[in-house]
Design a protein around this ligand. Structure first.
Ligand code: CA
Length: 224
């Protein structure tokens, strides 16, 4: 498992590199947004840990730039920890968010959650769910809508695949959070809303995922 750590604080970087390395991860550390984009192209990491306070540009911009060229899972790491950063990070394509100081245990739990491949859903037996216009393939993690491949982030895929297990059935917010994010996301379900918004946009029609007020979401094939 290759981790790209984008962190300019030497002490923090060193401690994360040391702990993750001893936990069996292969870690590369860069200290600027520019270096992160270069390293991404060369190193093909399995996950990016992205500090928001970088010397050359705002981490949120870096997040957006990474997302334009890659669907690698991104965990935003920030000392700021305010709600706006958190929501913005997720809207710009980050998969998860940790606030400094964090424990190694918390960090590895989140790395595992965002890199988990093809995790089976509770009621899934089929490897792919086929509506007429949407194919969600759990094995290859590919999504095709109206014959066009759609690039989703890891968490967007997990969320869509979960809803696609039973099209038309309403999934509760709490169940979605627990299933897709693995650990309880403290305080907010804006994460979920941000991901729903991103998926709708990528699928090309807002009606693909319908909100059921006070309950949750369901996947429905929109009428053209
Ligand atoms: Ca920093």
């Amino acid at each position: 498992m290759k981790v790209l750590l984008v962190e300019d604080d030497k002490a923090i970087a060193e401690s994360v590199v040391t702990s993750l390395s001893s936990a069996g991860y292969e870690v590369a550390n860069v200290s600027s947004g520019r270096a992160a984009l270069d390293a991404l192209a060369i190193g093909r990491p399995d996950v990016v840990l992205l500090d928001l306070g970088l010397p050359d540009q705002d981490g949120l911009d870096v997040c957006k730039l990474i997302r334009e060229v890659s669907s690698v899972p991104i965990i935003v790491v920030s000392a700021r920890g305010d709600e706006l950063d958190r929501v913005l990070g997720l809207e710009l394509g980050a998969d998860d968010y940790v606030v400094k100081p964090f424990s190694l245990r918390e960090l590895t739990a989140r790395i595992k959650a965002v890199t988990r491949r093809g995790a089976p859903g509770p009621v899934s037996t089929a490897s792919s769910t086929e509506l007429t216009r949407l194919v969600v393939d759990q094995r290859t993690r590919e999504v095709v809508v109206d014959g066009q491949r759609v690039d989703l982030t890891a968490k967007e895929f997990d969320l869509l695949a979960y809803l696609a297990e039973e099209p038309g059935v309403v999934f509760r917010r709490t169940d979605i959070m627990e299933h897709v994010w693995d650990i309880n996301w403290y305080g907010t379900t804006k994460t979920l809303d941000a991901h729903v918004a991103a998926i709708r946009k990528k699928l090309g029609h807002p009606d693909w995922i319908q909100a059921v007020r006070g309950v949750g979401f369901k996947l429905v094939e929109p009428s053209r």
